[in-house]
Design a protein around this ligand. Structure first.
Ligand code: C5P
Length: 300
């Protein structure tokens, strides 16, 4: 018997970052939107905890107990006095180290899969609690849809989305470490008074109406980590420009990068922007996806 769970990637349509806190984290106003690019996590009974991974970038995924999926299984098992004897297999489709919460998705997927496999019957609140311990973006991977994350991003308020948004994601040649991008943010702002992060009502209205033009008008400058990601990975400026030239409504770095996100009018335009990005030679791969997407879902 085994359980397979599908989990979505995310894009941050606003990532407002406050100053560094005493614990090293940053207070955020983080508007998450789940997008229809998915990893699948399968949990199967085994002699001991093991992790295997297949798909693009799988060779960069750690298979030891530092893997967030393994840590999720260990956390659930420890709370319920269960032996974590499980094989976790990750079928990757979310870009690895890309700023799309791939590792967080795998953690949420493993948690839901192990809960079902072991019959733990953990409540939604307990699962969200474990998610928040595992990482700032993990609770959102569980719930999907759209949400405003505050605190370090883990305290979620669901948001209304009034229609589909279409995206192209340009996968970069390389990865960026999230802590390194936050350190670069701190360096770039060392002489500034960083304001309290607040979610934009204009943005929330654009999401609620499903209004792509209003969202496109808001996106430039909506990601406070973008200057830090561009500083560490300057070539991303060419990718952003190539996507705009290919007809995207708006271009931004996804989260801490280096994946770049392009909002487009519709599915047809998504395919032409993806072709334009590939023809310009500014990315490793171009992926088309729509949002919002559901959170962690048991497939079988
Ligand atoms: O929570 P998570 O493990 O995903 O965070 C990874 C790293 O990103 C943290 O160690 C920290 O350096 C940075 N981070 C932050 N403020 C946040 C979220 C993450 O500084 N709100």
């Amino acid at each position: 018997m085994s359980v397979t769970v599908r989990v979505p990637a995310k894009v941050n349509v606003q990532l407002a970052v406050g100053g560094a806190r005493p614990d090293g984290f940053h207070d955020l106003a983080n508007v998450f939107l789940a997008v229809g690019l998915y990893d699948e996590v399968t949990a199967t009974p085994a002699d001991e905890l093991t992790v295997t991974c297949e798909g693009p970038g799988a060779d960069q995924v750690p298979l030891d107990r530092t893997n967030l999926a393994a840590r999720a299984a260990l956390a659930l098992a420890a709370r319920h006095g269960i032996d974590p004897a499980v094989r976790l297999h990750i079928a990757k489709d979310i870009p690895v180290a890309g700023g799309m919460a791939g590792g967080s998705a795998d953690a949420a997927g493993a948690l839901v899969a192990c809960d079902a496999l072991w019959g733990t019957g953990a409540s939604r609140a307990e699962l969200l609690d474990i998610c928040a311990e595992l990482g700032s973006d993990v609770p959102f991977s569980l719930v999907g849809g759209a949400a405003l994350g505050t605190g370090r991003g883990e305290r979620l308020r669901p948001l209304e989305v009034g229609g589909a948004f279409h995206w192209v994601f340009a996968v970069a040649d390389g990865g960026l470490s999230t802590p390194a991008v936050y350190r670069e943010f701190d360096r770039l702002h060392e002489n500034d008074e960083v304001p309290e992060p607040v979610a934009s009502q204009t943005l929330l209205d654009a999401l609620a109406k499903g209004d792509a033009d209003a969202l496109a008008a808001f996106l430039p400058g909506s990601n406070d980590l973008q200057p830090a990601a561009l500083s560490l990975f300057p070539k991303l400026a060419d990718t952003l420009e190539a996507g705009r030239a290919a007809g995207a409504l708006a271009a931004l770095v996804s989260g801490s990068g280096p994946t770049t996100a392009f909002l487009v009018r519709d599915a047809a335009s998504a395919h032409s922007v993806a072709e334009g990005l590939l023809a310009a030679g500014v990315c490793e791969a171009a992926r088309v996806a729509a949002s919002p997407a559901p959170g962690a879902t048991i497939l079988r």
